[in-house]
Design a protein. Structure first.
Length: 255
């Protein structure tokens, strides 16, 4: 009995420490004004992104070797930045085209390093569609999704460790870990929808047609085989469900 009480005290201690640590990471977003739990300061995010960018590019075959393509995407991305409140943000935006012509992908590193593969760029038919993809990735940066996920991951890991030590049961710890993974997946889906909303706004402010983002969803759906995915086990909403939210955001703009 004493041993059980001791394990329970350890579990409670780990959980409380993890929760308190998580809420001590509260910062006010310098762009949106939202209070967030994040692991990094904006300056640390920028430094991490700059440091990680070469390695990430290497994983996709490096940068696409045509300077004209790079300059065109860079100019488009900078237009999005300059047309919004991001021009005076603490983030350092740079836009890169990756040489990979097989992987349809775009992503953002913390702090403003944004990448799009040549495979995806070739699928996009208009400048407006490219603007939509880049604007979406800018939404991830501004909403500090990577830093939020780091903080959330630290919270879940602390809770799982506490459950494992307190229960003395690997199966209980595995169940806790399983539930934690699904919680983080939900965070991922919410982040994607939030970034879509911001991307629509950035497109509109820069003079691009937000309706073109719906065509991007068609392209992504076709690239995934056109099949509806199980969102419960995916970090991304399906293109079909993203399209519903995108239409809502366009309606808010009166378009």
């Amino acid at each position: 009995m004493n041993n059980l009480k001791f394990r329970l005290l350890i579990m409670v201690g780990f959980v409380l420490f993890s929760v308190v640590s998580y809420y001590m990471k509260t910062q006010v977003n310098p762009v949106t004004g939202e209070k967030q739990r994040v692991d990094l300061s904006p300056e640390q995010e920028v430094a991490m992104g700059l440091q990680s960018a070469p390695q990430m590019a290497a994983e996709f075959g490096g940068l696409y070797p045509d300077d004209r393509v790079q300059l065109k995407v860079r100019a488009l991305g900078q237009k999005l930045v300059n047309s919004s409140e991001l021009a005076n943000s603490p983030y350092q935006f740079n836009f890169h085209v990756l040489a990979d012509e097989q992987t349809i992908n775009a992503f953002a590193l913390p702090g403003g390093q944004i990448f799009i593969t040549m495979a995806l760029l070739k699928k996009l038919k208009t400048e407006d569609q490219v603007a939509g993809v880049l604007g979406h990735e800018m939404g991830h940066v501004i909403n500090r999704h990577s830093s939020e996920q780091m903080a959330q991951s630290g919270l879940m890991n602390g809770i799982i460790q506490g459950v494992a030590m307190g229960s003395g049961s690997m199966s209980t710890a595995q169940i806790a870990g399983y539930l934690g993974n699904f919680l983080n997946m939900k965070y991922g889906r919410d982040d994607e929808l939030e970034s879509d909303a911001y991307g629509i706004r950035y497109m509109h402010k820069a003079g691009y047609d937000p309706h073109e983002m719906l065509k991007v969803m068609d392209i992504l759906a076709e690239a995934s085989g056109g099949s509806e995915r199980d969102e419960f086990s995916s970090t991304h909403p399906s293109p079909e469900n993203r399209a519903v939210k995108i239409k809502e955001e366009i309606a808010k703009l009166g378009l």
